[in-house]
Ligand binder design. Structure first.
Ligand code: BGC
Length: 349
């Protein structure tokens, strides 16, 4: 008999009670005059959609070849279809020009709502400026645009995500909870390398900053040997960590990775170099991909942080539905991260 994991459990309950998971933050932006006008025009548009019993939703994903976004888009597609919508999901192939063309095609087709995981967060304003003349609502996901971008299309766009500061803090805490509190060689400081996601992504920036802040806030001395730009990618991280281990050897006590894909790459190199996680090196990631969680259970990773794809996809589907129904939509919807340690990892498998 297969035990139901927490992720599967959340998934099952998300479908039944989707509305309950939607938690708003930062007050309602829908009380402004501009947004109530926007909301009522959405209502007019969506009553046509309601007449046909459905709506057409266009979903733009920055890149299909991303482990975490694959989980996310699979959930999102399921929830939107369960709501009775026609869903088209396209692959931006990590190229902003490709994604912009896809957005233009969706606009020509007259989709009711666009869900967008931007390739470049810095292009979010251009994306809004392209879409706003049509009045099509936008649900931004996963890559947080500046607040000014959301404000520029108030009542017609929102962001669904997780606060990456929290995931970074949890990574630092995972290290502080180890037997040596990250200082394996006992020289009074935590010496580390960092594998980073793409530089303009706020998740990468905050995870890099807050994982270390958790250590220094706890009064620890830290030394950064090198920060590698690994763009969320397993193979790139594998190569960089192999080079780092060859160059710095035992000096490296902690390998921080902004996501699990890179942590999986790092682990391959750690094992190849004959190092042992938990004994002479620590390794943490973010996402709680099944493979990474299994490594935590097996003691091959110090820990990871659940990036709740189910919660985020549920919130994104609910925000989409609010737009379709012409209801008020908040500017931000946040979903919590969860620390995954050897103690609780089994429930995330
Ligand atoms: C995830 C990464 C993913 C990235 C894509 C992050 O929140 O942790 O695994 O590559 O989103 O934007």
């Amino acid at each position: 008999m297969k035990m139901i994991s927490r992720r599967d459990f959340i998934k099952a309950s998300a479908v039944v009670g989707a509305a309950g998971v939607l938690t708003a933050c930062g007050g309602s932006s829908s009380s402004t005059a501009a947004s109530s006008v926007a909301a009522s025009s959405t209502a007019a548009a969506s009553s046509e959609a309601a007449a046909s019993g459905s709506a057409n939703i266009g979903v733009c994903i920055y890149q299909f070849a991303d482990n975490f976004m694959t989980l996310y888009r699979t959930d999102l597609e399921e929830y939107l279809k369960d709501m009775g919508y026609a869903v088209t999901i396209v692959d931006g192939k990590n190229d902003q020009n490709t994604q912009t063309e896809q957005i233009n095609t969706f606009l020509q087709q007259g989709v009711d709502v666009l869900v967008i995981n931007p390739v470049q967060t810095t292009s979010a304003q251009t994306i809004v400026d392209t879409i706003s003349p049509s009045g099509t609502p936008i649900v931004f996901i996963n890559r947080e645009p500046d607040k000014a971008v959301l404000d520029s299309y108030a009542g017609k766009c929102c962001y669904v995500g997780a606060d990456a500061r929290q995931s970074g803090t949890y990574q630092g805490e995972l290290i502080l909870e180890t037997e040596t509190q990250g200082d394996i060689n006992g020289d009074g400081k935590i010496t580390y390398i960092m594998c980073k996601g793409d530089p303009e992504n706020i998740d990468a920036q905050y995870r890099t900053e807050y994982s270390i802040k958790a250590l220094t806030d706890a009064g620890k001395e830290v030394e950064c040997l090198y920060e590698y730009l690994d763009n969320w990618d397993q193979t790139t991280a594998q190569q960089d960590v192999a080079n780092a281990l060859a160059q710095y050897g035992d000096k490296i006590e902690v390998v921080f990775c902004n996501n699990d894909a890179m942590a999986l790459g790092a682990l391959q190199s750690i094992e190849q170099a004959g190092r042992t996680v938990g004994t002479d090196i620590y390794l943490v990631g973010v996402d709680a991909l099944k493979e990474a969680v299994q490594n935590v259970v097996d003691g091959k990773m110090t820990g990871t942080v659940l990036n709740d794809d189910v919660g985020q996809a549920t919130a994104a589907a609910n925000a989409t539905k609010l737009f379709v129904d012409g209801s008020d939509v908040d500017e931000y919807y946040w979903v919590d991260y969860v620390k995954v340690t050897t103690e609780n990892a089994a429930q995330y498998l």
